[in-house]
Write a protein that binds this ligand. Sequence first.
Ligand SMILES: Nc1ncnc2c1ncn2[C@@H]1O[C@H](COP(=O)(O)OP(=O)(O)OP(=O)(O)O)[C@@H](O)[C@H]1O
Ligand SMILES: [Mg+2]
Length: 271
Amino acid sequence: MGKVISFINQKGGVGKTTMAFNAAHALAKNGHKVLAIDLDPQANLTLLFKAENDPNIYQLLVNSVKELKMLHAPAMLSSVLKRGSVDLLPAGQELSGFDLTVAGINAPRQLVLRKFMEVNDLRDRYDFIIIDCPPTLGLLVINALCASDGVIVPFRPDDFSLKGLEHFYQVIEDIADMGIVKAPEVFLHVPNLVDLRRKQESDDLAKIITSIDSELGEGKVFSPFLNKAGLVKSLSSRKSVFDFKTQEFSELQEKFSGVAKKIEEWSYEHI
Ligand SMILES: Nc1ncnc2c1ncn2[C@@H]1O[C@H](COP(=O)(O)OP(=O)(O)OP(=O)(O)O)[C@@H](O)[C@H]1O
Ligand SMILES: [Mg+2]
């Protein structure tokens, strides 16, 4: 059975999409069958895949809820799924209306994505399903959490990170307390856009690592990603770092291969 892993942080611009995109490609490079799901109405991941997105995952999710029959659109998984070295279920602006759309249904609103994945046997069809989440802790992200086995949290080390992380762990605990699904495990935190020359930033990062170590046990924080021009270059040409052959990219390739290795090791421990 494939593993579902979400990239989540309620803060914007911390590298969720960048990490999800490159980690998905690193896993595919290792021979895994990988599906990426874009759950963000901004559709940044979809843009990186240069994918057409009408219809998109929103219509598939709505179509999967029987009670929403009057809103069903003529969209099928086969016409929405984009095939490539990494497959993609694209996002669209319509996703911003997801909360309202499902507000009145009797079926569990937090399980729409999970049910959709079950009905379509997505876990059986892929080794890894990578979900890129919007910068909120709204219903879409709760759906991602309830459908996931594991979570990776990219973050920028600053004063607010620790508070934000604590709030996020509380949300995961709330999901566990509901007792409907097994809450996913936050198995990796990735410090991103780190400037180690700034003392304040190094201090903040050290504090955050100590706090995560004591709360979740050691080994759950990846080595920091620095601010890398190469990453910006690859993203603006909508390519993964593995599409480049120059020396400039070998370090970034190593880092993302390292993230993929963490994902593989974690998933082998959780068969
Ligand atoms: N290590 C890095 N070095 C340089 N630029 C980076 C790095 N990581 C991310 N970026 C840049 O930072 C910006 C934000 O990254 P990204 O879109 O991945 O964040 P996000 O968390 O998905 O944002 P949002 O919350 O809006 O979805 C992008 O323009 C990206 O190119
Ligand atoms: Mg994003």
